[in-house]
Design a protein around this ligand. Structure first.
Ligand SMILES: [Zn+2]
Length: 128
């Protein structure tokens, strides 16, 4: 089976250890329960929440992703429109609210991949 890259594993929210099992219970990031995380990987049985409060650190990634998204929008709106800064702030707020479920998932996925490295020697097992 082809090796899954680190970036693809983060973007598809896969288990950081085997890169096959799903981290989130629902595939759709706009599902009503978009934030529900599987207790453990269905492929390698890795427990995702390694300690209580583990996910708090994902806020660092969420903040960074928010800034990375906001900066180009601010620059674009300042250069191409006559909007005032408070209007641009409103646009950024709306964009970040709409993208928040996606940012939530990617930040948690990235946070998980910081602490858990891919184990290439795991036995092969079928995933979904
Ligand atoms: Zn796994």
């Amino acid at each position: 089976m082809a090796e899954v890259s680190l970036i693809k594993s983060i973007l598809t929210c896969k288990c950081p250890r085997c890169r096959k099992g799903r981290v989130f219970k629902h595939k759709n990031p706009y599902h009503r329960k978009f934030g529900q995380i599987e207790e453990k990987c269905s492929v390698c049985n890795f427990v995702y929440e390694m300690e209580q409060g583990f996910w708090y650190g994902a806020m660092y990634f969420s903040y960074a992703f928010g800034v990375l998204i906001s900066i180009p929008i601010v620059i674009l709106l300042l250069l191409k429109t006559d909007l005032e800064i408070f209007q641009i702030t409103g646009v950024i707020f709306c964009v970040l609210v709409v993208l928040s479920p996606i940012l939530f998932r990617y930040s948690r996925s990235a946070w998980l991949h910081v602490f858990v490295w891919h184990d290439k020697n795991l036995p092969e097992k079928n995933s979904d």
